[in-house]
Design a protein around this ligand. Structure first.
Ligand code: TYD
Length: 202
């Protein structure tokens, strides 16, 4: 039986520059000859991408939002993440369940226990091996967002602040899993640091 591949997730508030660095990590793994797949949440499969469209643009209750995040997650896990890991491939995933703790529990103020319950239902067997968290003060992140904003990016400053603190709390609880990146630094510096790390990590 093949050894399970590594499961790497990227997290952060909107506007932290996560997408640019996602590409840097993917390029580094590629150059290194690691066999891997990339995916994102909510999304990754046609069904999950349809759910994403609804989540990002249609009005709904916080509870529906949480349930739909996990419906999309189940699709991504079932069709992309689990098969890849089983084949020994690595998975680089743009957001995962930590985002539900940060956005739906901390941000929307839903009970954390609901997220625990759904995580236990959908993926009792799976946790990321490494989570790279791009941290940036709320006002800095706001400045970086374009005018064309989705439902989450349109939320107010207090919501964003709760999300940021929610992420930092998760990182504090599991320092061995989280790599916290100070995303206020120049992006070339961050890219260099990530390239160096992913040339050998794992
Ligand atoms: P993302 O793909 O990072 O947004 P963008 O394409 O604009 O960079 O994530 C989409 C949004 O979904 C983001 O605002 C965070 C939100 N989200 C949650 O609220 N909970 C979750 O569990 C996940 C995975 C994402």
């Amino acid at each position: 039986m093949k050894q399970r591949g590594k499961f790497i997730t990227l997290e952060g508030v909107d506007g932290a520059g996560k997408s640019t660095q996602f590409q840097v990590i993917a390029d580094t793994l590629q150059q290194r000859g690691v066999s891997f797949v990339t995916t994102r949440e909510p999304g990754g499969t046609p069904t999950a991408e349809s759910i994403r469209e609804i989540l990002l643009h249609q009005p709904m209750s916080a509870k529906s939002e949480l349930l739909m995040m996990f419906a999309a997650r189940e699709e991504n896990l079932q069709n992309i993440v689990r098969p890849a890991l089983k084949e020994g491939k690595w998975v680089l995933c743009d957001r995962f369940t930590d985002a539900s703790y940060a956005y739906q529990a901390a941000g929307r103020m839903l009970p954390k226990e609901w997220v625990d319950m759904l995580a236990d239902f959908v993926h009792p067997d799976l946790k990321p091996d490494l989570t790279v968290l791009f941290d940036i003060p709320t006002d800095e992140a706001l400045k970086r967002l374009s005018e064309d904003r989705d439902r989450f990016e349109s939320e107010d400053r207090l919501f964003r602040e709760r999300v940021r603190l929610g992420y930092l709390e998760l990182a504090k609880q599991e320092p061995e899993r989280f790599l916290v990146i100070d995303a206020t630094r120049p992006k070339e510096k961050i890219s260099k640091e990530l390239r160096e790390m992913f040339q050998t990590w794992g």
